[in-house]
Design a protein around this ligand. Sequence first.
Ligand code: NAD
Length: 487
Amino acid sequence: MTTHASNSYRVDPHISQRFYINGQWSEPVSPASLPVVNPATETVVAEVARGMAEDVDLAVAAARAAFPGWSASSAASRAAFLGKIHELILERKEELAQALSLEMGAAIGFARAMQVPLAAEHVRVARDLLTRYRFQTLEGSTAIEREPIGVCGLITPWNWPLYQITAKVAPAIAAGCTVVLKPSELSPLSALLFAQLVHDAGLPPGVFNLVNGSGPEVGEAIAAHADIDMISITGSNRAGALVAQAAAPTVKRVTQELGGKSPNLLLPDADFAKAVPLGVMSAFRNVGQSCSAPTRMIVPRDRLAEVEALAAATANAIIVGDPQSEDTVLGPIANEAQFKRVQVMIEAGLNEGAKLVCGGLGRVAGHAKGFYARPTIFSEVDSSLRIAQEEIFGPVLCIIAYDTLDEAIAIANDTVYGLSAHVQSQDLDQARAVASRIRAGQVLLNYPAWNPMAPFGGYKRSGNGREFGVYGFEEYLETKAIVGFGE
Ligand code: NAD
């Protein structure tokens, strides 16, 4: 039996049982709370206040009152606040990493190396953009002004909790908007720390507000609120569609970052000894709980045996275990509902007759507790199978064979999603030509380094709108033409 090193992070009840509204930690209207479960031990580690529509009203009123002042503040002063927030994230990175690890099971090394630093990058990017973004341009004698859209409701998921928060909050407040954030009720601890550091950065009251709670209670109240101008949600397609429906009567802007089932197309000339292991690790990063995870590896049929052997060797060498251990590559799945969903999908793959290359049902050996799923690879997967069509959001990879390039591209495009895609080839011209035929918001050639300026978002049912860099920033702006402005 594996023993668990204990997580050093202790939740402060002064903040977990309150909301951050109008520059202070305020009492919720109801004493109700929601448990936060450590997925490594299945124990409740905190109770967070559970918001109601009335809490949302208070947060929106604060954001609305702060909007005139904040939207009229200079870009330089907003950049200075973002700079301070960036500094504080880096200063408190260990505490944030521990909170992330506790709330969603991220391996501590991964939380330190990826979850926290990449979250900080969104803040840095927003700060830097403000030094050069032109809020006014001229088209002949017409001035085009870009102005903040207003009060924004931001709804985020549990898989990259802090990163998804900064990807929305930083560009929104950089643009001059004020915000009401609802983090995932399953992983709200890093969000509370973020609110505390925003407070410590001295942001004017009401610019940033946080209300915890469930999707149907707080999320829907935000989506439907008459005094909110825009919603940005990252989450499942189900929640994204419900938010759009609730938002429709008030005609607010809705941007959605939703699911994915991203292809990884290996062209025959790819360096398989590198491309396959990197493909497996990319699919399983964050325990496969990334909307852009390349979970469909599309390979030439005559290379199938070689790909299976390389993929199995990679998966079998992955250390899955206690997220507090420095050696751990993958911790548990973030919560029980997701663990069960992954099991259902592995079972579907087995029942549908896909070839199991490694992994399978049940917990990783040695773990009686904790949501430890086995890294699982299926091969000879037909593109029509459920495991090839539905987002699984766990460490499950499908290997799909192709005979011709046209067929490979058709398979890559053969889902309702279009978030991200990978192409592997030693011939860059060929990789580029394939990229242009893939219907996805982002195509990555030969595993490039992450670029926080590259716009991220979905074609088809993966969503609407873009995040990151200048494209993400502009989602929070309105466009005003002043005709007859003069030269
Ligand atoms: P989820 O849809 O259950 O929850 C996401 C957020 O929406 C949570 O804060 C939740 O409380 C809220 N929510 C749920 N129902 C709501 C409703 N009716 N009204 C308003 N808000 C509601 O998703 P999750 O399980 O937290 O996250 C996993 C999903 O997120 C996956 O499908 C994944 O693909 C997607 N995701 C997408 C991206 C992206 O950028 N495209 C990034 C990360 C995750």
